[in-house]
Design a binder for this molecule. Structure first.
Ligand code: C2O
Length: 373
């Protein structure tokens, strides 16, 4: 039974989702075998997402246990770790097309106004599944707090320790104990700076530059929905890059920063893309394989938090366009009895509807707020 990562070349009748300006023969989500239910908002906030680097021992163990259990599920379960990674791949690695006759027109949840809400939905169901696996429905997905100095490094919890389910070997070894470069795309020549080394000039500069990058992403370059969340997606502009600053800046930089680059034919465990090209196993560094690294989900929890902060603290307002608000996708819910749920963008604008929020302590003073270059 193939539920995720299936190559779709014909429209799936189950999905009338997506947005009006696109071809109505929309792409297909994993094909449900049972009826699709409509999402119902959660009645109370019971999950708090906390910074990974500040988790206490007990919480760390819970997170590991939950991911270990998810990894142990059979791939046929759409909430298994394997299927979760495949779902992300399906939505960005040429698996879906707008129109069966136009196979060169790929559907992608990146590069447009789909980015923030789609990923919010995706990690919401991931988080719920983790909680269910450990019998704790208050489990909040910990976030990689890369916008604060103490969090600007691959979190220690994800490192290579004995049989750590949060570890992934396809990360760049040169970037593991160095200050994460949130502007890596524009500046990938400078030598990485030791994170735990003496807090010298180079360290201070690297941290300061990161704060300025987040400031640019969240404030200076984020004045309206289009600049922050991305451009409206229409069939006539899908080849254009329509990323908002939420997607194009720290988010993408850290994907590439964490991933293992290069490798050529010698790389192992590569991903074969639809053209038959082998992409090296650099998990985070390539969208098609990014979901294979457990760090991906904590990274996206912080991306999601950046959206939450923008809309709850910085005066940002999302789109009023009904095409955006009514866009829906189908995800699976319930590890024990997986069934498809249709959820709309309008359902996820306020995280309360999804029963989670972010640790208020972590948002008290946002170190990048007044920091610009
Ligand atoms: Cu779907 Cu960070 O990407």
């Amino acid at each position: 039974e193939e539920v995720a990562g299936e190559k779709c070349t014909k429209p799936d009748p189950v999905t009338d989702s997506l947005i009006g300006c696109m071809d109505p023969t929309t792409p297909c989500p994993p094909k449900p075998k049972v009826p699709v239910l409509d999402f119902t908002p959660e009645s109370k906030v019971k999950r708090i997402r906390r910074p990974v680097h500040l988790l206490d021992r007990e919480y760390q163990e819970k997170y590991k246990e939950a991911v270990a259990k998810m990894k142990a599920l059979p791939a046929s379960n759409p909430l298994s770790f394997t299927a979760q990674a495949a779902i992300h791949q399906a939505y960005c690695d040429h698996h879906y097309h707008y129109d069966p006759d136009k196979k060169n027109v790929d559907f992608d949840v990146h590069n447009s106004w789909l980015f923030a809400p789609w990923h919010r939905m995706y990690i919401y169901f991931y988080e719920k599944a983790l909680g269910q696996l450990i019998g704790d429905d208050t489990f909040g997905l910990p976030f990689w707090n890369w916008d604060t100095p103490a969090g600007m490094v691959v979190p220690a919890l994800f490192k290579d320790t004995f049989a750590n389910p949060l570890y992934d070997r396809n990360r760049n070894p040169d970037h593991l104990d160095t200050v994460a470069n949130l502007d890596f795309l524009n500046n990938n020549k400078s030598t990485p700076v030791a994170f735990n080394g003496p807090h010298d000039k180079a360290y201070e500069v690297a941290i300061y530059k990161n704060l300025a990058t987040v400031h640019q992403q969240q404030l200076r370059g984020a004045g309206c929905a289009r600049s922050f969340l991305g451009e409206k997606l229409c069939t006539d502009n899908i080849s254009k890059q329509g990323q908002g600053s939420l997607e194009s800046m720290a988010h993408t930089a850290l994907h590439v920063w964490v991933g293992r680059q290069g490798g050529g034919t010698s790389c192992t465990g590569g991903v074969v893309d639809f053209k038959g090209d082998i992409k090296c196993a650099n998990d985070m560094g390539f969208l098609g394989s990014a979901g294979r690294d457990p760090l991906f989900y904590s990274h996206h929890a912080n991306v999601d938090r950046m959206w939450h902060i923008w809309s709850t603290k910085l005066g940002g307002e999302g789109f009023k366009d009904p095409e955006w608000l009514n866009t829906s996708f189908v995800f699976y819910d319930d590890v024990d009895n997986p069934h498809p749920v249709r959820i709309k963008f309008r359902d996820v604008i306020d995280t309360k509807n999804l029963g989670y929020t972010y640790d208020a302590e972590a948002d008290k003073d946002l170190p990048w707020k007044d920091c610009q270059l």
